[in-house]
Design a protein around this ligand. Structure first.
Ligand code: PMT
Length: 420
């Protein structure tokens, strides 16, 4: 998909998530304050309602008038402002918010927030609100790396405050390193991701992820390079869409997204049992796992010794037996859920995906070229072709997190089509 189309698709998802959401944008003193103007524009493009609160320091970098014009609302400046208190005072403002986003968040503001101070309007709002709070730190790299700032940020995260970034790169002062505020587009997307998409309200989604391990003996196994990143990102997107989500995970070292019911398995047969049980009561089944097609026919009780090997010294033969095909078994159920597979291919990617779609009786298959560098197994990015019986669509390389959102949108669309 060309970049502008990809952006359009991302925007559609985010638009739904931010539509009519009340966002307080807190702007604190730092050179990145000028980016607040673009951020407001993007949030409003996503149909969010934006009210701006500026600290004294922020006003040195950008004028309230600019942000007022862009947000379409008066900018709130002081805690004790008789005019504001007569209209929307600080407690009303705190209650109005669905999200308080502070961008840029200076080191000083972060320290005051950590200490629970209420000595200006923005810190007071943060104490008075029950809405989620997200901060986008922006400061010099040395200030960011300072152990006190790091401790403050850790404490804020422990309290449930979300950190967006910071990014890394050349800074206004000429230094290079971490501490740059994320770009407005990233911040608007991350803000959108804090709200459920509502795509899958009342739906149950089961996702398999990661590799399986097929034991040869007590210390050896056959497996593959799947990290679980794609499946876990899909689970996050399903949860964001409001789905009751079950994540059946092979052996991976990832934390499950909050809200997912996680079932850990090792082998293909364990994954099969867990998946078939969960699929009996779900609306959508997504098979992201890289399941081993074969397992050793015999599992040795003890570590296989070289010298006791009945084969020759130079070669060893391990007999393999076919594992059950999990996604095909789910799709063969009489009460089959909407079933989505993945196709990991190294050649004729889309042709082979079409073949699997038909052969396994799937409703959709997502084909990826696992021979291409930087995508597929164990990378943070992926590029895929989504294939369904009536069509197909290519999605260019993007982060698995972003891709998962787009894929869940495709799945929602086709699911609705098949079930309407
Ligand atoms: O985990 P990551 O590091 O993020 O990498 C992601 C990924 C590359 C693993 C993922 O994008 C992917 O392609 N997953 C499918 C891997 C795979 O096994 O593909 P396949 O073409 O061999 O299998 C086709 C489909 O059948 C898959 O949905 C697979 O889950 C399913 N299958 C396969 C064999 C089997 N015994 N049971 C199955 O359910």
């Amino acid at each position: 998909m060309p970049i502008n189309l990809l952006y359009q698709a991302i925007l559609t998802v985010s638009k739904a998530q931010l539509s009519n959401k009340h966002i307080i944008l807190g702007v604190t003193g730092g050179i990145a304050a000028y980016k607040a103007a673009e951020l407001i524009r993007l949030l409003r493009q996503h149909n969010a309602q934006v009210r701006v609160v500026m600290t004294q320091g922020a006003r040195e970098f950008i004028t309230p008038l600019t942000l007022q014009a862009l947000s379409g609302n008066p900018v709130h400046l002081d805690l004790l402002d008789p005019e504001a208190e007569a209209g929307m005072g600080h407690i009303e403002l705190a209650k109005w918010a669905d999200l308080i986003l502070i961008a840029p968040a200076s080191a000083n503001f972060i320290a005051r927030l950590t200490n629970g101070q209420a000595d200006d309007l923005l810190t007071t709002l943060c104490l008075a609100t029950i809405a989620p709070i997200a901060i986008a730190p922006a400061m010099n790299q040395a200030m960011w790396l300072n152990s006190q700032t790091q401790r403050n940020c850790q404490q804020l995260q422990d309290k449930g405050i979300t950190l967006f970034g910071p990014g890394s790169g050349t800074q206004a002062c000429g230094d290079v390193g971490p501490g740059r505020m994320l770009e407005p587009l990233e911040l608007s997307e991350l803000s959108a991701a804090l709200f459920p998409t509502g795509l899958f309200s009342d739906k149950k989604i089961v996702i398999t992820a990661g590799p399986t391990r097929e034991a040869i003996d007590p210390v050896r196994y056959i497996s593959n390079h799947s990290s679980g990143k794609m499946g876990f990102a899909l689970a996050q997107a399903a949860i964001d869409g409001g789905a009751q989500t079950t994540l059946i995970a092979g052996p991976v070292s990832l934390e499950a997204p909050e809200g997912a019911a996680r079932i850990d398995v090792i082998s293909a047969r364990q994954m099969y049992d867990a998946a078939l049980t969960a699929a009996a009561d779900c609306d959508i089944f997504i098979a992201t796992a890289a399941v081993a097609d074969y397992r050793p026919t015999k599992l040795a009780d003890q570590k296989i010794k070289k010298d006791r090997n009945p084969n020759t010294q130079d070669t060893m033969v391990i007999e393999l037996s076919l594992n059950p095909d999990i996604v095909a078994a789910v799709a063969a159920r009489p009460d089959k859920p909407f079933t989505v597979g993945f196709a990991a291919e190294t050649q004729q990617v889309v042709d082979y995906a079409h073949d699997k779609l038909t052969r396994k009786n799937l409703d959709m298959i997502i084909a990826n070229d696992v021979s291409a560098a930087g995508i597929g197994f164990n990378s943070d990015d992926n590029a895929v072709t989504v294939v369904w019986p009536q069509g197909q669509q290519q999605i260019e390389k993007t982060s698995k997190r972003q891709l998962a959102k787009l894929l869940m949108e495709h799945i929602a669309k086709q699911y609705q089509r098949t079930n309407s």
